[in-house]
Every structure is written in C-alpha cells, then in structure tokens.
Write a protein that binds this ligand. Sequence first.
Ligand SMILES: NC(=O)c1ccc[n+]([C@@H]2O[C@H](COP(=O)([O-])OP(=O)(O)OC[C@H]3O[C@@H](n4cnc5c(N)ncnc54)[C@H](O)[C@@H]3O)[C@@H](O)[C@H]2O)c1
Length: 259
Amino acid sequence: MSRHRFEGKVVFVTGGSSGLGEDTCKLFIQEGATVFVTDIAERDILQRLGSDKAFFHRCDVSNPKDCEEAVAKCIQQFGRLDVLFHNGARLAKVSTVVDHDVALFQDVIRTNLCGLFFLARVVIPQMQKQGHGAIVSTASTAGLAGDFGLCSYSAAKAGLINLTRVMALDHAREGIRANCVCPGYMITPMTAPFRDDETVHQVLLDSIPIHRGADPKEVGQAVLFLASDDASYITGQSKQIRNSLTCLQQPEPSGLPLE
Ligand SMILES: NC(=O)c1ccc[n+]([C@@H]2O[C@H](COP(=O)([O-])OP(=O)(O)OC[C@H]3O[C@@H](n4cnc5c(N)ncnc54)[C@H](O)[C@@H]3O)[C@@H](O)[C@H]2O)c1
C-alpha cells in the first residue's frame, strides 16, 4: 500500500548520495517529500533519483560553516524544514586505540558526532518557529555496545545516541522529536571491503540471526517511520536494527567483528 506521509514536507538529508542515504531519499520522495540532498560529493544522485522534488547541495558535515550554509539555503528555497535525516559518516580503519592516529580519531568524531551538533543548532530554531520537526540520525550497533577495533567510530556513534537523547528532552515540549536508527550490517558501499574476503564475510554473516546483511531500504523504512507522524509519541530512542532483531532501546553487544 503506498502512503503519502510526507506530502508537502521538506526533508534535509546528509550523506544522501550513496547507500542508505540514497535509498532513504527514494523512499521519502515516493511518499511525497521534497528532498534537499546533501553530501560531500554529488555522484549523479539527482539523475538516479529522477525526481523534480530532489535538490542537491554540497555539504561537509564536519564543517560548521557548510552546515549553516546548507540549512540556510534549504530554508531560503522552501521556507520550511520538517525533517533532518542526519546520515553522513565515515568509517575508520580497524585498529585499537594504541594504533589509532590522533588526527583520524578527531576527524571521525568531528564528522560522525559533531556534524549532528553543527546541523541541529541551525535546524532546531526553524523547527521551533514551525512548532514541529523530526530529527533522525543514523547511529550504529557499534554506538550501542562498541565493536572490536572501531574505537573512534563506536565513540562517535555512542555520542550521537546520547546527543539525540538530550535534544529529545530539551525540545520535546516544542513539538520536536529526535531519534536514531542503529543498523548492524547493511549492504552499502561503506561495507564493500567486508565482502572482498569470503572468510571474513562468512564470519560476519554467521553472527547475524537472519544470516544476511540488510538492504538499506529495510533500514530506510525505519527512518521514515521515526520521521513520520506515525511515531508522534516516540522521541529520544535508538532503534536497533540488527538484521531481523529490531527492538527499542535494548542495547546488547553486537558481537560483530567489523561493523
Ligand atoms: N553499512 C553498514 O553496515 C552500516 C552499519 C551501521 C551504521 N551505518 C551508518 O549508516 C550511514 C550510511 O552509511 P552507508 O552504509 O550508506 O555508507 P555509504 O558510504 O554508502 O554512505 C555514507 C555517505 O556519507 C557521506 N559522507 C562521508 N563523510 C561525509 C562528510 N564529512 N559530510 C557529508 N557526508 C559525508 C559519503 O560521501 C556517503 O555518501 C552512516 O552513518 C554509517 O555510519 C552503516
């Protein structure tokens, strides 16, 4: 059954030109949204989305000025911003803290955690004016429990989850909700290297109850739910999407060797 939960709504997406971001943009468009796609690279995303309701603006979420300019541009163009889907992030090479480069650690925190802060501080005032708004961020099971060798990534995603909880508390009475999705393993360009080695990939699949990685659209559906009025009484939550085991705020060790 096709639904139109985002008719007349403007959705601002980061990391929108690949993987989960791209597939979720498609779902938002299917449900009537105007989508303001941002990313560090365009990658012909507008051609792939093939919709006159999609627009692209370059934005590096680790740069506060980029975030301010992109949000201002979106509001100037459409006069509103109903949903922030903050999804852009980078992975770091697998290493313990001993071997992790200081500059790399700082960059991962700046991109994967500070990006939400840089965006929210300019998005929320617009949502306050409107009297409503929904913020959904892509965290990770690594942010709920930590994962082997992913020190900067896990720390950043954990911070994203707690920043989301604080924003949910601070802005609940203003009609603004903030939630996270926490995927396990998704089949996207980010995880392509995991599929290069058949043995490593098999170990990863064996740790997943449903024994396959998620199609990003399956996670995108959870993003749409949290961004929609269907989730009007849900805020401050981290929705774990562990490849068939989906629960609300039930942290458990992911046990995955990679992501
Ligand atoms: N793939 C997985 O298994 C998995 C699991 C858990 C969480 N995640 C999270 O899902 C989200 C989407 O990742 P994906 O798997 O679709 O990977 P992806 O690499 O296909 O997409 C990530 C996007 O983020 C963009 N990006 C990177 N740095 C950026 C920056 N500084 N500013 C703006 N955009 C930037 C990239 O250009 C890319 O388009 C990420 O937040 C990732 O951490 C992925």
